[in-house]
Design a protein around this ligand. Structure first.
Ligand SMILES: Nc1ncnc2c1ncn2[C@@H]1O[C@H](COP(=O)(O)OP(=O)(O)OP(=O)(O)O)[C@@H](O)[C@H]1O
Ligand SMILES: [Mg+2]
Length: 320
């Protein structure tokens, strides 16, 4: 297993609010895992915890992240830094805010090539130009001298992907890589991620609240609700026969362009509870049509169903 996240817990430093609560995720070499869930459920914090980039206000409260068999918690900071940006690369929803505005595009890429691949001088410059061309930036030689503010949002996302590729990572973490982009650019960036994956064979953890993006790119998906994974399955199974009522409700919210499907999207009733005041047991039970008395009393464990599907529910939707 390339990435093994076990029982990961994250709390806020002040107040001890539980942000992630016993998160388990596995990702094999070359596999694409999609992480979905409503806003605020902890998708980004899961990515940050894996990449060891948690914001200052949050702390690890338990669990482990193993990368290629090594517990990242056992490494010192220089070793973790080599891994991050080297074997693990990350791209973000809003590329512009993660790019240094005073660094030219070329400097940014050459820096990564120097740090992680030991290239310098003409070699680094040639490789940076090749990477820009590879991610579809035209007139790459001239654009090496540009600043990020001279690039469009789509070009900056391409630049971040080029930066990630510069390191030849085994794992790319992509947190909402297309959400800030218009639909045409979004489709181009998804095409690019697919191409890069086919060429390099790297594993990808992709986060999106757009189930269409996950259906297109991922082999498997994990559904997150209030800091917990509530379901995980191969992507076709997840969409065709979701077992957790929350997954089923999320899919029901999705607008469809299928002319034979006349059902309007059904919003999930109620609202996402505050992490500071979560209902006991299964956190979804107050909004769930299938709740039983036990659901408010105990936390349902993630239990294996058939064919690689697991669901954390005492009364799952029948999947046969
Ligand atoms: N620095 C921080 N200090 C305290 N709480 C935080 C901090 N950053 C995020 N949170 C809280 O952590 C929870 C999970 O946030 P996260 O950003 O992971 O959600 P998300 O699933 O990525 O949502 P979105 O789809 O909107 O990006 C949220 O309730 C958020 O308020
Ligand atoms: Mg997020």
């Amino acid at each position: 297993m390339l990435l093994q996240v076990s029982d990961l817990a994250i709390r806020s430093r002040s107040g001890g609010v539980r942000i992630l609560d016993g998160v388990d995720l596995q990702l094999g070499a070359g596999e694409v895992l999609g992480l979905v869930g409503e806003s605020g459920c902890g998708k980004s914090m899961t990515c940050y915890a894996i990449a060891d980039l948690l914001p200052a206000g949050l702390v690890r409260a338990g669990g482990s992240v193993r990368f290629d068999g090594v517990d990242m918690g056992s490494l010192d900071e220089p070793a973790r830094r080599r891994l991050r940006g080297g074997r693990i690369a990350m791209i973000f929803q809003d590329p512009t805010s993660h790019l240094n505005p005073v660094h030219r595009v070329g400097t940014y890429l050459e820096g990564a090539l120097k740090r992680h691949r030991g290239l310098s001088g003409t070699d680094a410059r040639m490789e940076a130009i090749r990477l820009l061309e590879r991610v579809g930036i035209s007139d790459a030689k001239r654009r090496m001298n540009a600043y990020p503010h001279e690039f469009s949002g789509g070009m900056n996302q391409r630049l971040m992907i080029a930066h990630a590729l510069a390191c030849e990572p085994d794992l790319l973490i992509a947190d909402e890589p297309t959400t800030a982009l218009d639909v045409t650019t979004q489709a181009q960036i998804l095409d690019l991620i697919e191409t890069v994956r086919a060429e390099t064979g790297m594993a990808i953890l992709i986060v999106s609240h757009d189930l269409g993006v996950i259906a297109r790119l991922a082999d498997r998906a994990a559904v997150m609700h209030c800091g917990r994974i509530v379901e995980t399955a191969p992507v076709e199974a997840l969409f065709d026969r979701p077992a957790h009522p929350y997954t089923s409700a999320l899919i029901g919210c999705m607008p469809t362009v299928d002319p034979d499907d006349c059902d309007p999207p059904r919003p999930i009733r109620g609202s996402v509870p505050s992490l500071a005041d979560l209902p006991g047991g299964c956190h979804f039970h107050p909004r769930c049509d299938r709740r039983m008395p036990a659901c408010g009393l105990a936390r349902p464990p993630l239990a294996a169903l058939a064919d690689g599907q697991s669901s954390a529910c005492f009364n799952p939707v029948p999947t046969w």
